[in-house]
Design a protein. Structure first.
Length: 86
């Protein structure tokens, strides 16, 4: 009997919807995170959010107020999306 342990197919399915296997054999939700330094901006801003969209909104709000970026270039948005840690 497997108890709390999950099989490989279950593990893959969980990862696809935002969960990852824990060392205890269970599953844990991944929280997306981002930091300005991840895209080369000299700033200590770091944030986490339940979704990539919410994370993007937090970064945009921060970029507007702290970095005076009223409009983010496609390059910055692309870099930010690629830098999200899950």
């Amino acid at each position: 009997m497997m108890g709390n342990k999950i099989g490989l197919a279950q593990e893959k399915a969980c990862m696809d919807i935002g969960y990852q296997p824990g060392q205890d054999g269970g599953i844990h939700q991944r929280i997306p995170s981002f930091a300005c330094k991840d895209i080369g901006i000299d700033c200590t801003f770091e944030t986490q959010a339940a979704t990539d969209q919410e994370l993007m909104r937090r970064f945009i709000d921060h970029a507007e107020s702290a970095h005076n970026m009223q409009v983010l270039s496609a390059d910055i948005i692309f870099k930010m999306q690629k830098a999200i840690k899950k």
